[in-house]
Write a protein that binds this ligand. Structure first.
Ligand code: GTP
Ligand code: K
Ligand code: MG
Length: 509
């Protein structure tokens, strides 16, 4: 019976595998570069520096080691720094004295034989070593990202880890670094891999059912198990997608927009937050017209802060365009800082909440996104220094007791009064928008992930749709879902389907 099943399964599953393998090999050739070349590059930053690192990877790395450092690779201790004379192999001229490390494959970053030179960072030293490397046969300068591409092809990193590495290099804030490090360590890849493995099992079971249910070689409950496994996975992917774009936002920065009436002190607030005179401040209403953008780090989270034109009706066509842009920014913002001049607040404390509600209603978008926009806003009542102490206290207690208002801060950009409380409220909002990169399930960080995951969910819906109509089309849905997940990690597991089929159906039965 084993013979019969395995022969027949092979016929059917070889089709599954072919489809998947085709995609994989296309990925491999897309680079158009030859892995037989040995590549080199300056891996540390460009320009004069204390120490520069030159990396070499590929089959001629052993030749590089002997030609430039006079070391025989078979007699060189792997992964150990050694001080050597570095010479030009053509002229035998001494180029530098530096550290040389030998990383025999497969235990190297790229999986290939590799060498690292840690040399003095003078421009002439660097160019001397690079020229010497380029003069060796089969050795050429690396293309952008080629070391990482080789690591990917060697199976050292999946695509999410490659992206994590890229993000780590570009991380500018603490939270970005944490998220990138976690992704580079494979947390996100493992989550998708787990989902893929569950889908492979589902697919194997459906395929086996299609082939053998007529011969009654498969128990009836198999499809019901697949149904619930697919539904469970669908729920998990959907939940992962509904993360409020936290991971993507942390990666690219939270869009915070400062908006409000003219002369409320919006540009003053921008300057306080970025601690430099980035925007022009003046008593002239309508000073800011274009959107002024600046990057700030709010307790480890990246924020793109935009100052906008004051909102008012005007006949000036340039200012009108500024107002239009301001409104557009507010529509797209992750968070709006709604600034107003506290001097304009009503003198009766009871009227303050209604006044603020009306003010926000005019500023924030209405319609469907209204509730979300209100949740993502912070009221800033500026120029508290111009209120009497008594009035300020009345306003504050009106704010404390108000219902249905977003967090509201009474402050003065001029004296700094109330700024600490405002910073706390701002940090809290930004943290909520980005999430904690270290806790809970890892966040998807790229629009690419989102697109593939959405395709995955749609494909799983196809399974349910065709389940009772045409099982072959239902299976195709699972296959498509698997391919979508495989596109995220760059791996479309094919051999594994066979493994599962033989493990679950043949050997045990
Ligand atoms: N007393 C006092 N004056 C302030 C404060 N903040 C800003 N101002 C003044 O208010 C005026 C307007 O400030 P801006 O920052 O230019 O206001 P804006 O909202 O950017 O104005 P527009 O760009 O014209 O819409 C300037 O004269 C500032 O010095 C504050 O906290 N207290
Ligand atoms: K102004
Ligand atoms: Mg301004």
């Amino acid at each position: 019976m084993f013979q019969f099943i395995s022969g027949s399964l092979w016929r059917r599953t070889s089709f599954i595998v072919k489809g998947l393998r085709g995609k994989q090999s296309k990925n491999r050739c897309s680079s158009g570069l030859c892995d037989a070349d040995t590549i080199f590059a300056l891996s540390s930053g460009h320009g004069r520096c204390g120490v520069a690192v030159v990396r070499v990877s590929g089959p001629a790395s052993g030749l590089v080691l002997s030609s430039l450092a006079g070391q025989t690779h078979s007699r060189t201790a792997p992964r150990t720094a050694r001080l050597c004379n570095i010479i030009n192999p053509r002229s035998q001229e001494l180029l530098d004295r530096g550290l040389v490390l030998w990383f025999p494959g497969p235990r190297s970053f790229t999986g290939e034989d590799s060498v690292e030179f840690h040399i003095h960072g003078g421009l002439a030293v660097i160019s001397g070593v690079l020229q010497a490397l380029g003069s060796l046969p089969g050795v050429r300068p690396a293309e952008a990202g080629e070391f990482t591409r080789r690591a990917f092809h060697a199976g050292k990193l999946d695509l999410t880890e490659v992206e994590g590495l890229g993000d780590l290099i570009h991380a500018e804030t603490e939270a970005q670094r944490r998220q990138a490090l976690r992704q580079m360590a494979g947390d996100l890849g493992r989550l998708y891999l787990d989902w893929s493995q569950r889908l492979i099992r589902c697919l194997a079971h459906v395929e086996a059912y299609i082939d053998f249910s007529e011969d009654e070689l498969i128990e009836d409950g198999v499809l019901n198990q697949v149904d619930s496994a697919v539904s469970k996975l669908q729920t998990e992917v959907e939940r992962h997608l509904r993360d409020g774009r936290r991971g993507e936002r942390l990666r690219s920065g939270v869009q915070v927009v400062i908006a409000g009436n003219t002369n409320a002190g919006k540009s003053s607030l921008l300057n306080v937050l970025c601690q430099r005179p980035a925007a022009i401040v003046s008593p002239v209403a309508g000073t800011t017209r274009d959107v002024v953008e600046t990057h700030v780090d709010i307790s480890g989270f990246p924020v793109l802060l935009s100052d906008t034109a004051g909102l008012r009706d005007t006949l000036d066509s340039v200012e009108r365009e500024g107002v239009r842009r301001a409104r557009e920014r507010v529509e797209q913002a992750d968070l709006t800082l709604a600034v107003l001049d506290a001097v304009h607040l009503p003198r009766t404390p009871g009227g303050v909440p209604d006044f603020l509600l009306a003010h926000l209603g005019a500023l924030l978008p209405g319609g469907e996104g209204r509730e979300e926009a209100w949740r993502r806003s912070l009221l800033v009542l500026n120029k508290s220094d111009l209120l009497t102490a008594e009035h300020a206290a009345e306003v504050q207690s009106a704010l404390d007791g108000a219902q249905g208002l977003p967090p509201s801060c009474l402050l003065s950009c001029q004296t700094g009064q109330g700024l600490d409380g405002f910073m706390e409220a701002l940090e809290k909002q930004v943290k909520t928008l980005c999430g904690d990169p270290l806790s809970g399930a890892p966040s998807l960080t790229q629009a690419r992930h989102r697109a593939h995951l959405q395709q995955c969910v749609e494909a799983l819906a196809q399974y349910h749709h065709y389940r009772d109509l045409d099982l072959a089309l239902a299976a195709e849905g699972v296959r498509l879902a698997l391919t979508s997940l495989g596109r995220i990690t760059g791996k479309v597991g094919a051999e594994e389907i066979l493994d599962v089929i033989f493990r679950d159906f043949c050997i045990g039965k």
